[in-house]
Design a protein around this ligand. Structure first.
Ligand code: HEM
Length: 511
């Protein structure tokens, strides 16, 4: 009895200290300096690591709630990883307007020079899983969430803008109908979970429009040195809408002030030993935003015709404090946009507009907006309600529209892109752009001879897998020929060299 009393007193004393230390008693966090453990519901835990058993050997009693809760919580620690871009990390900072574009858009974040908007940026790698390596040849995601809203709100202010781009300015396909196939081909085999290059080579060999992104991916920039030195691009064309309704097509780019840097294939082994967890710590980085004038998703906008215009500067100066909350549950969607910015009739972008919110509802849950990092920083007056983990304290009676008891109205229409998009027949067809190779060829010819040789060696290495023999290789050769007539011969030589090297290593291994 005395022992029990002593225990209760001790717990009370500790509790007082804990409350005094903790400014918010509802902070549900493992602080590492709390005086004692509790269950998930705040009951003091008497043993964190000893089961409650019948006698010292067991069996374990079902009433051991503390350990039960601990084990069952562990079982629920994971949410589904992102189906693409699963591995990545995030950093916070702000975007600052440096140049006036108010003649092009009334979007609130561009309203005045010097205006700062808080951001979180997630950098990622497309095809590997959460635990995968970050030093493979793959595009990198560059997704920026602008917290543009303010507590006062306002109909034309908007709230969250997710500019979800990549480091490479062009993409593999032009129609979202092909996205699932692209990703299946890039991801590991369903049979054995290995990632042989022929699967991707096979898919791309049916997509001549992918040769432009190939001219980046197989170039040195295909493996960025780190997240401080990568470019970013919206890839898609968006529209800016001025206060008078004038529409300007734009493509957004982020240029690192530290310059772009890549890893060459021979750098990888030393990097693996230096960063065993692929941990590219993030501090103090700045980028410039620039705007061009018109373009298509598989092609860049030639700068001589569409000069870039500087818009602002993105500074990332704060690491995240909790990976799960601020990177894993961070949720982007290209459909989250501000008044004054619009979409275009790009068949890839249009599918993205519906796909991301859909995946967030599955991956995080229908109320993913309540996770702090996703929370709009402006008043939300939607009639959406309930659902799992809804924490909104919705007290209004009128959750329907119209009603005699509510003054709430949709906002008066502000300028939007009202340009004509039709009429047209209902068709399922490819975009009729025949020039799939000119930009890819120009890019290849812009390399110095050592860079050209590395490009050729990498493609030759990929095509040297016997699975590519026949149709896959001949389709690639025909595309390479159209990029630059010198390429097929050079790539054939690279294939032969790679095959010979594989043969001799097999003999060496066999011996
Ligand atoms: C129709 C084509 C596309 C579809 C359907 C699609 C779909 C998706 C999905 C479902 C995710 C996972 C999101 C999540 O679970 O949080 C994702 C992530 C991502 N996608 Fe796409 N995607 C497409 C094309 C593109 C393109 C063209 C780009 C580049 C402009 C891109 C950039 C990204 C980035 C950066 C992420 C990671 C976002 C993050 O850091 O959380 N995607 N995409």
């Amino acid at each position: 009895m005395i022992t029990m009393l002593a225990r209760i007193l001790a717990v009370c004393a500790i509790l007082q200290i804990a409350i005094a230390q903790n400014s918010d008693p509802l902070d549900d966090v493992l602080t590492n300096n709390a005086a004692y453990f509790t269950t998930n519901f705040g009951q003091p835990v008497f043993s964190e690591n000893r089961s409650l058993t019948v006698g010292p050997r067991g069996p374990v009693l079902l009433e051991d709630y503390e350990i039960q809760e601990k084990l069952f919580s562990l079982n629920r620690e994971r949410i589904p990883e992102r189906v693409v871009h699963a591995r990545g990390t995030a950093a916070k900072g702000y975007f600052e307007v440096t140049d006036d574009i108010t003649n092009l858009t009334y979007a609130s974040i561009f309203s005045s020079i010097g205006k700062q908007t808080p951001v979180i940026v997630r950098f990622s790698i497309v095809s590997v899983s959460t635990g995968g390596p970050e030093w493979i040849r793959d595009p990198r995601g560059f997704a920026v969430k602008f917290y543009a809203g303010s507590p006062q709100g306002g109909p034309t202010q908007g709230c969250i803008w997710d500019l979800v781009g990549n480091n490479l300015p062009v993409f593999f396909i032009r129609d979202g109908a092909q996205f699932a196939d692209l990703i299946h081909a890039a991801k590991p085999s369903p049979v054995n979970s290995l990632s042989p290059g022929w699967r991707f080579a096979d898919f791309l060999s049916w997509h001549p429009e992918s040769m432009n992104v190939v001219s980046y991916l197989f170039d040195d920039v295909g493996i960025p040195a780190d997240y401080r030195h990568i470019n970013g691009s919206s890839v898609h064309t968006y529209s800016l809408i001025s206060g008078s309704g004038k529409v300007t097509f734009v493509k957004f780019h982020w240029l690192p002030t530290l310059g772009e840097k890549s890893l060459l294939d021979q750098d990888i082994p030393s990097l693996v030993s230096k960063f065993p967890n692929g941990d590219f710590a993030t501090t103090q980085r700045a980028f410039c935003g620039v705007i061009g004038e018109f373009g298509w998703v598989a092609q860049i906008w030639p700068e001589d015709q569409f000069p870039m215009k500087r818009v602002g500067k993105l500074t990332l100066n704060q690491n995240i404090a909790n990976y799960f909350n601020e990177a894993e549950q961070l949720a982007f969607s290209p459909s989250h946009i501000l008044p004054g910015i619009g979409f275009t009739d790009d068949k890839l972008l249009q599918w993205r507009l519906v796909s991301y919110d859909d995946t967030q509802r599955y991956r995080i849950g229908p109320n993913f907006r309540f996770v702090e990092v996703n929370r709009p920083r402006c008043p939300v007056h939607s009639s959406a309600q309930n659902g799992p983990l809804n924490i909104a304290n919705q007290t209004g009676e009128i959750n329907y529209f119209p009603s005699q008891f509510s003054n709430q109205e949709p906002v008066a229409q502000f300028p939007y892109d009202n340009s004509t998009v039709g009429p047209g027949l209902r068709v399922r067809t490819i975009i009729n752009k025949t020039d799939d190779f000119a930009q890819a060829g120009d890019r290849y010819r812009s390399f110095d001879s050592a860079r050209k040789a590395r490009f050729v060696t990498r493609i030759g290495g990929m095509l040297s897998d016997p699975m590519n023999a026949g149709g896959i290789t001949s389709r690639w050769m025909s595309y390479l020929q159209q990029m630059d007539s010198s390429l097929p011969n050079q790539v054939q030589n690279a294939i032969n060299t790679a095959k010979a090297a594989m043969g001799s290593s097999a003999i060496a291994g066999g011996g």
